[in-house]
Write a protein that binds this ligand. Structure first.
Ligand code: K1U
Ligand code: ZN
Length: 173
């Protein structure tokens, strides 16, 4: 297994729309194992293949405190969303140090296939619903700040530039 480098916003590769998975082979199993290890190590509760520069429709999620319920969603599709919305403070491993509130449907039903190519549906609420929507956004080439106002996005971009500059100064000593 391996820890994979995570693309950081505003890397243009995060804007790539992912393609469906068509081959269910050992290489895919290895990528899932590496993505799970990368997510747990970060630590995070989800990771999309886009974030590790693999532009296929694959996400891993584990929202349990015990980190013992890994969900692997291949070619996920939201087939129904509640009218009711919920506001959640989101973070993103591609935007370290940035958190903001996003409104999303509070419940979703997602259809996906597993590592054997077998179809299943998952009814999600709470953090799982937020995370599934956040990860599917990544597969579409979106990040959570795309849901915020232009003003908030501009402030976040300025904050990221400042953080990167400070990091660079630190590295230079
Ligand atoms: O896609 C990602 O970047 C992962 C992201 C998922 C997510 C978190 C919260 C709301 C929506 C989506 C993260 O995991 S950020 C890290 C994080 O929130 C967290 C880390 C450790 C424990 C609990 C949460
Ligand atoms: Zn993210």
């Amino acid at each position: 297994m391996a820890i994979l480098p995570i693309l950081k916003y505003p890397d243009a590769r995060l804007g790539t729309k992912a393609k469906p998975v068509t081959e269910f082979n050992e290489e895919l199993k290895q990528l899932v194992a590496d993505m799970a290890e990368t997510m747990y190590k970060a630590p995070g509760v989800g990771l999309a293949a886009t974030q590790v520069d693999r532009h296929i429709r694959l996400v891993v999620i584990d929202v349990t405190e015990e980190k013992n319920d890994l969900k692997v969603l291949i070619n996920p599709e939201i087939i129904s969303s509640s009218e009711e919305k919920k506001t959640w403070e989101e973070g993103c491993l591609s935007l370290p140090g940035i958190y903001d509130k996003v409104d999303r449907p509070s419940e979703v039903v997602v259809k996906a296939v597993d590592l054997e190519g077998k179809e299943f549906t998952l009814t999600c609420d709470g953090l799982l619903a937020v995370c599934v929507q956040h990860e599917i956004d990544h597969l579409e080439g979106h990040v959570f700040i795309d849901h915020l106002s232009r003003l908030k996005q501009d402030r976040i971009c300025k904050k990221i530039k400042k953080m990167r500059l400070a990091e660079k100064k630190n590295q230079e000593g």
